[in-house]
Design a protein around this ligand. Structure first.
Ligand code: SAM
Length: 161
């Protein structure tokens, strides 16, 4: 099916599982935290987050294909009580109670999103991105990892101040 009419900001391109693992390691999730993935795709980052700590998660996604995949995978993982998918645009997301944001967007989308993060994200919230940094933000940690296929990947960890 062709979903090209959807006005989404970046394509449905899931983060490689090994990169998700490194992002989550850097985030040092704590029990009881609320984790968001804006543009969550098939929710793989949130499903892995639930395996690493007793967290609750919210994913925002507007692409029907990705929403369907996310719902199937969350159901399979028996995590429907801990991961909620909101079928809304990321710019409408209520992130006021986010402890952690896991993002995978291009630099231009991260730049547009950063205005919302500055206004609405609680102080102290952690954000992990990879491949692209958030323009104008200073990362707390930057880690380069070599993937099994030989590709070098950079992960950025930010803390809202
Ligand atoms: C690069 S993929 C990342 C998927 C997932 N976060 C991951 O890391 O595996 C970006 C996702 O954001 C979604 N997306 C793009 N623009 C969006 C918007 N304005 N609102 C909600 N979702 C959006 C796309 O449909 C896609 O699934």
């Amino acid at each position: 099916m062709n979903y090209s009419f959807i006005p989404n900001d970046d394509p449905y391109f899931p983060t490689p599982i090994e990169v998700v693992q490194h992002k989550l390691d850097l985030l040092e999730l704590k029990n009881g935290e609320t984790v968001f993935d804006l543009g969550c795709g098939d929710a793989r980052q949130l499903i892995m987050a639930c395996a690493m700590a007793d967290v609750n998660c919210i994913g925002y996604e507007i692409l029907p294909e990705a929403i369907r995949d996310a719902k199937i995978k969350i159901e399979e993982a028996k995590l429907s009580d801990r991961i909620k998918i909101r079928t809304e645009d990321i710019y409408q997301a209520d992130i006021s109670n986010a402890d952690v944001l896991i993002l995978y967007f291009s630099r231009s989308v991260l730049g547009a999103l950063s205005l919302k993060l500055e206004k609405e994200l609680p102080v102290g919230a952690r954000i992990a991105t990879h491949q692209f940094d958030i323009p104008g933000w200073k990362e707390e940690t930057k880690k380069e990892i070599m993937q099994k296929n030989g590709a070098l990947e950079t992960i950025y960890l930010y803390r809202k101040i």
